[in-house]
Write a protein that binds this ligand. Structure first.
Ligand SMILES: *Cc1c(COP(=O)(O)O)cnc(C)c1O
Length: 361
């Protein structure tokens, strides 16, 4: 017998998720470009709805997030009964892992896949199995080769964080075609609002046409990260399973109210997308060269790769000295990389100025 309570073996193998930093050099106001936050904050309509809520707060939130699910259904043309809402998509990823993974099972994850996937996998007692990327892009053949008899879930962020690369609709379909019917494909479309590639598919039609695919989305990258709102579109059986294990009041009422207003504020989402596309292109072009490689991105961030870890560290120090906080990539095994979220014009120009004027050769 142990002298103290011992968690399931997978739990202690988890490296706890480290959130993006928000402090710069002493005396400098930090401009945070480290958590893929919205480049322009939240929808003004969402904030207005929050203000009104403060004057008339109900006792409990709606356990079914009914109005928010209806808004998502209306705006995206989806069946609201096939949607469930979570406290951030991170909660939904945890719930999926709890429901579909157990001791001895495996989950397939791409080489530079989002760090929450191994965390939820290990937390459920299962084992993450990694498939190599091809030049920083998910390799469908490698993903399929990583499947074994023990595989229960395949996690795919599309576009992926932190690489910013994406799989075209055809490639997504090919990945799905290669999976057994009892393997759950989790398509994490966290950056869907920012994608401009015409051959991208968000995944909703694949969900509706099969029994083993879910699409997970979030409000965090469009300005509501502080309220924690994520949602999932899934087959009836999977939505039912997840609704059985989630907390009955998992999404607080402020999140539901603000989320509903934000999703209906299509004009603001369009504005975010246009701003992001413009400055993502601009910053990518500005930073390419000077011994920096920019991986082409469809998200609201870019991954920059330097000649070495030392060069990346030096670049990061120079950015921090100017109040610019970006994300170090060591936790992803990309220690020569920095991930820079797209922000306001002033921030983008400041980043370009610092990195272009450095000696990085
Ligand atoms: C940011 C991010 C999420 C997390 O979203 P929350 O809704 O804030 O939990 C999920 N997946 C990917 C790929 C992300 O980058």
């Amino acid at each position: 017998m142990s002298e103290y309570p011992v968690p399931k073996s997978g739990v202690m193998k988890i490296s706890a998720y480290k959130a993006g930093k928000s402090v710069a050099a002493p005396g400098k106001t930090a401009i945070k470009l480290s958590s893929n936050e919205s480049p322009l904050g939240a929808s003004p309509k969402a904030m207005e709805a929050l203000g009104a809520l403060a004057k008339n707060l109900p006792a409990y939130p709606d356990p079914g997030s009914t109005a928010l699910r209806k808004a998502l259904g209306d705006v995206y043309g989806l069946d609201a009964s096939r949607i469930m809402v979570g406290a951030g998509s991170d909660e939904i990823l945890h719930l999926l892992a709890q429901a579909y993974l157990g001791e001895g099972d495996e989950a397939v994850i791409s080489e530079f896949g989002f760090l929450m996937y191994p965390i939820v996998t290990l937390g459920a007692g299962a084992v993450p199995v990694y498939a190599k990327d091809k030049d920083y892009r998910v390799d469908v053949d490698a993903m399929l080769a990583a499947i074994s008899d023990k595989t229960k879930i395949v996690f795919l962020a599309n576009p992926n964080n932190p690489t910013g690369t994406y799989l075209e609709k055809n490639e997504l379909l090919r990945l799905h075609k290669g999976l057994r019917d009892d393997i759950l494909l989790v398509i994490d479309s966290a950056y869907a609002e920012y994608v401009s590639a015409p051959d991208y598919g968000v995944g909703d039609d694949l969900v509706m046409a099969s029994q083993n695919v879910v699409m997970v989305r979030t409000f965090s990258k469009i300005g509501l990260a502080s309220l924690r709102i994520g949602w999932m579109l899934g087959p009836e059986k999977i939505v039912d399973a997840i609704n059985r294990i989630r907390g009955p009041f998992n999404v607080n009422f402020a999140a539901q109210i603000a989320g509903e207003a934000a999703v209906r504020d299509v004009e603001f989402t369009e504005k975010l997308k246009a701003h992001n596309a413009k400055w993502r292109d601009w910053l990518s072009a500005e930073l390419s060269g000077n011994s920096i490689r920019v991986i082409p991105s469809q998200g609201n961030f870019i991954l920059t790769l330097f000649a070495s870890e030392d060069h990346a560290k030096k670049a990061n120090m120079a950015l921090l000295a100017n109040g610019l906080v970006v994300r170090e990539m060591g936790a992803y095994g990309l220690s020569n990389g920095l991930r820079i979220s797209i922000g306001e014009e002033k921030a983008m120009k400041a980043v370009a100025k610092v990195l272009r004027n450095m000696d990085l050769a």
